[in-house]
Design a protein around this ligand. Structure first.
Ligand code: GLC
Length: 466
């Protein structure tokens, strides 16, 4: 194991060069969802106090009939569900619940939210020459969450591309999402039941009338017509619901995406956890299928399997998320969904399957993925990527054992003993690339981690050494 680890330290040695090369990427657009995250940490005690205040019984707490926030008790149920399983979910709130959260939950800090906004900040600090971000709403409070960087751009109310932090669209409403975080090993006590949180994670309670209707700023679409980016990092479909016309909204965005691709932009879709099954199916069938690249975590992988007629495999992965099962899942998605590149990120491991003729070659991908692991560890270790130094915070840290173990298992499945050494191989006619990641013992933050990993892997790979 020690030898293999040293070998990977060698593969990680190029991350600084890969990062420097990102400044050769001329322009990237990030869309569609940008919002304000109100982050609050909740512990077992506060959670039981809320349960008592709202008079929720143990039975009711565990009975979930809808995955949306119709009334205050739903917030508590959602938090408890995620706390007890150590999982992340996002549910949509109505105005009444929003007002209740303002009065009863509060927050510790505001930070950039939404995949679009988070990715824009990260790519700008990584040095991409121009990052153009879509905002459905951009009031002063939102603008203040962009990093103070000249290469980080957004569109003002007159359709002009400007420094994002300076734009203030006076009439726009702030879009606030509650990020309710909890810690591993925290204990929730109630009526003789003791529930220990198995993994630090968060529950997101969202009130967002614009992004939840995929409101696209026409000025952004028009601005990109004359400023074609090399790549677009796309997300923001996951909060749509079929009841509110989500399936049609997904379809409606297709021509815009196709127009970017026709002009030469590579489109990466970050799948994100989508509760509404009809919307999820539409995302897979309309967007993922057309995307040049898609990114997902293990949970989202299972959710995609469920809408492509692979329930049995979804169940297997749900019960045992082993490297072997997850490889099978990613391969199935690669074969059935149609995207040219599929990248999974999970605890300790990133795994990419792509077409043999994909314009970014396996070695470039591996370099991008190592950079992403380094940057993700920097985010976990420092809490924010607001300055360039934080990106390389984990330089010198070793890769994790569990990741190396996954690599060996993948090597066995694909029948290539050397796979664990380089993380590059072939499987079922596709290139397969995998890297063990750097784990941070006590992460300061997790929100936005997946978005960061996928976008830095992909954009970092574009100009990486191959
Ligand atoms: C979702 C949430 C947003 C959060 C993001 C992080 O888009 O709506 O509030 O910032 O996920 O990944």
């Amino acid at each position: 194991m020690a030898e293999l680890k040293d070998l990977w330290t060698g593969h990680y040695a190029g991350v600084t060069e890969t990062l420097d090369n990102m400044s050769a990427v001329k322009a990237v657009a990030t869309a569609f969802n940008t919002n304000i995250d109100a982050v609050v940490k909740i512990n077992g005690e506060t959670l039981s106090a809320l349960v008592r205040e709202l008079g929720i019984s143990w039975g009711e707490l565990n009975k979930i009939s809808h995955y949306s926030l119709e009334e205050p008790v739903d917030v508590v149920k959602g938090v408890f569900r995620c706390f007890s399983r150590g999982i992340a979910e996002e549910w949509l709130a109505n105005r009444q619940v929003y007002d209740w959260m303002v009065a009863n939950i509060g927050y510790n800090r505001l930070q950039m939210g939404g995949q679009g906004g988070i990715v824009a900040n990260v790519l700008a600090v990584c040095g991409v020459e121009k990052v153009i971000n879509h905002c459905a709403s951009l009031p002063e409070q939102q603008a203040g969450l962009f990093l103070d960087l000249d290469n980080l751009l957004a569109i003002d109310e007159n359709g002009k591309i400007c420094k994002a932090r300076d734009v203030q669209r006076q009439n726009d409403t702030p879009l606030i999402h509650w990020i309710i975080e909890f810690d591993k090993n925290d204990v929730f006590l109630m009526e003789g039941h003791e529930v220990v949180c198995p993994k630090s994670n968060r529950f997101i309670a969202t009130y967002d009338p614009l992004n939840s209707h995929l409101v696209i700023d026409d000025n952004f679409v028009a601005a990109l017509e004359n400023n074609v980016p090399e790549a677009v990092v796309l997300s923001g479909y996951h909060a749509l619901t079929a009841e509110q016309g989500g399936v049609e909204l997904v379809k409606k965005s297709v021509p815009t995406i196709e127009s970017w691709q026709k002009k030469g932009a590579l489109v990466h879709l970050e799948v994100a956890s989508t509760q509404d099954v009809d919307v999820r199916k539409a995302i897979v069938e309309q967007i993922a299928l057309r995307a040049d690249s898609i990114g997902l975590n293990e949970r989202e992988t299972i959710e995609v399997l469920q809408v492509i007629g692979e329930d049995a495999l979804a169940k297997i992965c749900d019960e045992d998320c082993s490297a072997e099962n997850i490889l099978k899942a990613v391969l199935t998605i690669k074969q059935k969904v149609g995207s040219r590149r599929v990248q999974l990120h999970m605890f300790g491991l990133y795994l990419t399957l792509q077409d043999k003729d994909f314009p970014v070659v396996p070695k470039q991908n591996r370099n991008g993925m190592c950079l992403a692991a380094m940057v993700a560890a920097g985010k976990a270790g420092t809490g924010h990527l607001n300055q360039k130094e934080n990106l390389m915070w984990a330089k010198g840290h070793k890769v994790c054992d569990c990741g190396l173990d996954c690599l060996r298992k993948i090597a066995a499945v694909i029948g290539d003993d050397d796979f664990a050494l380089a993380g590059i191989g072939s499987y079922s006619g596709f290139d397969v690339i995998a890297v063990p990641t750097i784990l941070v013992e006590k992460p300061v933050t997790l929100v936005g981690m997946g978005d960061t990993i996928s976008s830095v892997s992909f954009i970092g790979a574009l100009k990486a050494a191959g």
